[in-house]
Design a protein around this ligand. Structure first.
Ligand code: BGC
Length: 481
């Protein structure tokens, strides 16, 4: 266990928050917390790598196993089904056994899944491998933000948790590069198999990190909770923060599923589940998974154009997510979420019009690229990182795992629904109608977020619980960092 430096050496003593008299932690952090956040974020990399590799490898898998269209879609979506099923079960387990243990389990499963897939010699094993991988990805997808949220100081929590989304979008790009490197030789087994690298890194790193202090406190393990707080804050002076965590937990109703659906938690649950649906039904994964196909619709059929479109979308996604992490604790979650969804809407409206107005044929490819970029940038600054951040912040500690896991299951379910219906909807309704429908759903998401999503910037997880009390103005931007 590393020695705890005296408070003065790192300058992180507790200070009083003028607005409400509650203790807060000044901005910045110890190198230990940055290390913990970086290690946990590898969970996001796992999620991203698995999202990304399939697009390139499926061409070779298709050939090798002579897959029909239906079989191919089972191979691709097998992971989504696994993720959907594991999240809700994993959520309850993370409340029982702790976030850290769940991340260790996720890392183990994320080794087993890709190895099974990479060694598959028949369709059944291939599908089983994808399903196992999905189980691991589902667990990592919500446990990473949850763990980071529970260890981060409130003033940096937004950017620390959103590092998960940076790792996720980075993982998608890494997978594209790996796909590209192995595509000349057609070695799809390496494309899949390399997913074990982030899984091993996550498992090895988490083995040395502590449980989250909030989870420890919720289990009555007071001494370990305080020790962990001292370690991650770099000071012995954690009593005030610890008391605030304890007081928050003491006010909570219970740790069973009934508490998740209780009247007090319901407003938070509505926000979490609705954002889970909106993040997907506004169409992000039709673009992440099908960017080359969309470019083909716009008349760019060359392989180079397809690769550039895919890479371009991926790069915009990472770069703008990095911009988001610099803004999220300064301007707050609501302005980024609402502004980002405004940009997504603009991208979708332009895309819809471009496909609807046949007179625009010659400009179609340019307009399509521009609208995809605007749309993806809007997602990356708002709904992308902020959905995962909010669901890790808005629920009470004792049921945080269950509720976050439930929202994650809904998110994977909506992802599955949108991605498997996209191509058939295009056939049945036409491109303009499909992108137009995602636009209508984006309007619904904006209205919902405007009225229901709270501003959580600068508040402790315990203070956020106070936002749900009747009569509180949840949209108040609160403290400035
Ligand atoms: C979403 C994924 C999506 C990814 C793209 C995540 O926040 O949950 O479904 O593929 O962002 O960056």
């Amino acid at each position: 266990m590393p020695a705890i430096p005296p408070a003065d050496s790192v300058g992180h003593q507790m200070v009083n928050n003028k607005a409400n008299g509650k203790p807060t932690i000044p901005s910045g952090g110890t190198s230990y917390i940055y290390l913990a956040v970086a290690v946990a974020s590898v969970g996001g990399m796992l999620f991203g790598y698995d999202t990304g590799w399939v697009s390139g490898a499926i061409l070779f898998i298709h050939q090798q196993f002579a897959l029909t269209a239906g079989e191919e879609s089972i191979v691709v979506s097998g992971a989504l089904v696994g993720a959907m099923l594991s999240s809700v079960v994993g959520g309850a387990s993370s409340d029982k056994f702790g976030r850290r243990h769940l991340l260790l389990v996720a890392a183990g499963i994320c080794v087993l899944g890709p190895v099974t897939t990479a060694l598959a010699n028949n369709l059944l094993v291939l599908i089983i491998g994808r399903f196992i991988t999905g189980i691991g990805i589902g667990l990592a997808s919500f446990t990473t933000p949850l763990y980071i949220s529970e260890i981060a100081p409130e003033r940096d929590r937004g950017r620390m948790v959103s590092l998960n989304q940076v790792a996720l979008t980075g993982g998608i790009i890494v997978a594209y590069v790996v796909d590209l490197a192995f595509s000349a030789s057609g070695q799809w087994r390496w494309m899949v198999g390399l997913a074990v690298v982030p899984a091993i890194l996550l498992g090895a790193g988490m083995a040395f990190l502590p449980n989250s202090p909030r989870w420890l406190a919720s289990k009555g393990q007071d001494e370990q909770a305080k020790e962990t707080l001292q370690k991650i804050r770099g000071t012995h002076d954690v009593e005030a923060e610890y008391q605030a965590i304890q007081a928050g937990i003491a006010e909570e109703k219970g740790s069973r599923w009934a508490a998740v659906f209780s009247a007090g938690v319901r407003p938070a649950l509505i926000v979490g589940l609705s954002l889970a649906v909106f993040q997907q039904v506004t169409g992000i994964n039709t673009i992440i998974y099908y960017a080359p196909t969309i470019m083909r619709f716009a008349g760019l059929s060359s392989a180079t154009a397809a690769i550039l479109a895919t890479a371009g979308v991926g790069i915009v996604n990472v770069v703008v997510t990095i911009v988001a992490i610099f803004l999220i604790d300064k301007v707050g979650r609501r302005p980024l979420l609402l502004g980002g969804m405004g940009a997504m809407l603009l991208g979708l409206v332009v895309l819809c019009l471009a496909f609807a107005l046949t007179g625009l044929r010659s400009e179609l490819s340019g307009i399509t690229i521009a609208s995809l970029v605007i749309y993806v940038a809007g997602f990356a600054i708002g709904l992308g990182p902020i959905f995962w951040l909010l669901i890790s912040e808005i629920f009470p500690t004792k049921i945080r795992g269950k509720a976050t896991g439930l929202a994650t299951t809904v998110n994977w379910g909506a992802n599955l629904l949108v991605s498997v219906t996209f191509l058939s909807l295009i056939d049945a309704l036409g491109k303009a109608a499909v992108f137009g429908s995602y636009g209508v759903l984006t309007v619904a998401a904006i209205v919902f977020a405007y009225f229901r999503v709270p501003e959580t910037k600068g508040k402790t997880l315990e203070q956020i619980q106070g936002l749900w009390h009747a009569g509180t103005d949840r949209t108040d931007p609160g403290l400035s960092p």
